[in-house]
Write a protein that binds this ligand. Structure first.
Ligand code: CMC
Length: 451
């Protein structure tokens, strides 16, 4: 039984008592369907004049949600009650999109309707395509994603009013449909190939592979094993509760910003190496390790408190057990490498060995650091021919449905308030303005430039 399971039965309010003043207040406890109970501190400031302090939100629930449930200690991830393994094995990406957006799996008729709706939103306005040429050829595709997705707000005025349910739904459908086209075109632009327009007779994933890899000079042959594995990759990345990028989307949306702007904010947040950029960082790390014999040196660096190096693809804020997505990702990577006759890929060998050694190392065992989804996704994507700079773009394509579902849930939540955290101020106290001539003559820049 985990700590929170023992505490789950406690539902009498907590009493917060101040020994010095004798003041006490009762803090109500709220229970979710699953997961830890939460202390409802909404009236804390009003009653005590104090805030809570929780950098990184390690103990803070920022909202109510019915979309995704994670039990990090047990390695459980469920969307709308369905286990990620079950979905990744038996479902398909668009069905999971429907599930996340609407709460249930679609009926056979709704499944077809939804597929049609999304495929009718895959095309981009011709002038959006002009935007690409404004970027340098060597622009990081995530920079293009942030720019182009943000720019959608300037093209689709009929779906930016979040207070209208129809506009909300159209915005969600547009974002899911167009994000794959935007990502594929970011790739095409970076390699100097012509844009390939979407083809509606293909499935979502086939269409994406076609737009990414086909060229006008020859017929592109879709490989069903690769299409299935790519579909699974998108399912594995579809949503992950209140992570940094999703919280960014919610925070941006809480001010009433339009959905396209909110998703652009989420993409920017995903870009960082501690979040979506980790799969790119894993490949860079494996390439740097170069040889199995160098693994101990890198493990020592990761364990050294004075060295900022971390083992990329290891550890997770929530999972203190194997990341359930990592298991599926590892199998997918294997299947694809086998199909492509790449099982003797040197990076795969280093990754397998690194995983084996790290999982036996006391540092990683004690800190509960296990491989996360990114550990194998980089190898998987590299084997398909994606450059590392595209890895986070692919994560963003899969995650867009999670972002829009969470955004929609927030807008429809009657408790919704503008997100406005407080702070523990450690700056200067009040002081008087000094005229420039009467200030200290030393320059901060001399010191900076010397460094
Ligand atoms: N390598 C070495 N040490 C680590 C690692 C790692 N990958 N991750 C955590 N630690 C250590 C860390 O130094 C700290 O040690 P100490 O207690 O001695 O100070 C302890 O473990 C706890 O780390 P933390 O930074 O407090 O944990 P966190 O929950 O804030 O960070 C994390 C989670 C994912 C940012 C971190 O594990 C990390 O940087 N991992 C590498 C990057 C990575 O793979 N990110 C992908 C996350 S999965 C994709 C997604 O869902 O977005």
């Amino acid at each position: 039984m985990t700590d929170y399971e023992e505490n789950k039965s406690i539902n009498k309010p907590f009493t917060l008592f101040n020994n010095e003043t004798g003041q006490s207040i009762e803090i109500p406890i709220l229970s979710g369907t699953e997961g830890p109970n939460v202390l409802d501190i909404r009236s804390l400031y009003k009653e005590t004049g104090m805030f809570t302090y929780d950098p990184g939100f390690t103990s803070t629930a920022s909202c109510e949600s019915s979309i995704t449930y994670i039990d990090g200690n047990k390695g459980i991830l469920r969307h709308r009650g369905y286990d990620i393994n079950d979905l990744a094995t038996n479902s398909d990406f668009l069905e999971v999109c429907y599930l996340l957006l609407h709460g249930d799996l679609p009926s056979p008729t709704d499944k077809i309707k939804f597929e049609n709706v999304i495929s009718n939103h895959t095309m981009l306005h011709e002038q959006i395509m002009d935007l690409y040429t404004g970027f340098r050829r060597d622009a990081h595709p995530m920079a293009i994603m942030v720019g182009v997705v943000g720019a959608l707000s300037a093209f689709y005025h009929d779906s930016t009013d979040f207070s209208d349910i129809n506009q909300r739904m159209i915005a969600c459908h547009r974002l899911i449909g167009k994000i794959a086209t935007i990502g594929a075109m970011a790739y095409k632009y970076s390699v100097g190939q012509p844009f390939v327009h979407p083809r509606n007779e293909l499935s979502y994933v086939e269409n994406f592979l076609h737009m990414t890899f086909s060229v006008p000079t020859e017929k592109y042959r879709l490989n069903p094993i690769i299409s299935k594995a790519m579909d699974r990759f998108f399912i594995l990345h579809a949503d992950h509760e209140q992570n940094a990028s999703t919280s960014t989307v919610r925070l941006a949306g809480s001010s009433g910003a339009n959905p396209f702007a909110c998703i652009a904010a989420g993409i920017a947040s995903l870009w960082g190496p501690a979040h979506g950029g980790a799969n790119e960082a894993v490949i860079k790390m494996l390439e740097e390790i170069k040889d199995i014999k160098n693994i101990p040196e890198f493990l020592n660096k990761a364990k050294d408190k004075n060295d900022p190096f971390r083992l990329m693809g290891f550890g997770h804020r929530v999972y203190k057990n194997y990341d359930p997505r990592a298991n599926v990702m590892k199998k997918s990577a294997h299947l694809v490498l086998e199909e492509l006759n790449m099982l003797d890929d040197p990076l795969l060998k280093i990754a397998l060995e690194l995983e084996k050694i790290a999982l036996q190392d006391t540092y990683f065992i004690e800190k509960k650091l296990y491989p996360n989804v990114d550990f194998y996704s980089g190898i998987f994507l590299k084997s398909l021919g994606f450059p590392t700079s595209m890895f986070t773009v692919l994560f963003a394509i899969g995650r867009t449905v999670g972002w829009v579902s969470q955004w929609k849930e927030m807008i429809e939540d009657p408790i919704n308030k503008i997100g406005r955290p407080r702070q523990l101020y450690k700056g200067k106290n009040s002081r008087n303005y000094q005229n420039v001539d009467s200030r200290d003559k030393r320059s901060i820049f001399q010191w900076l430039w010397k460094k």
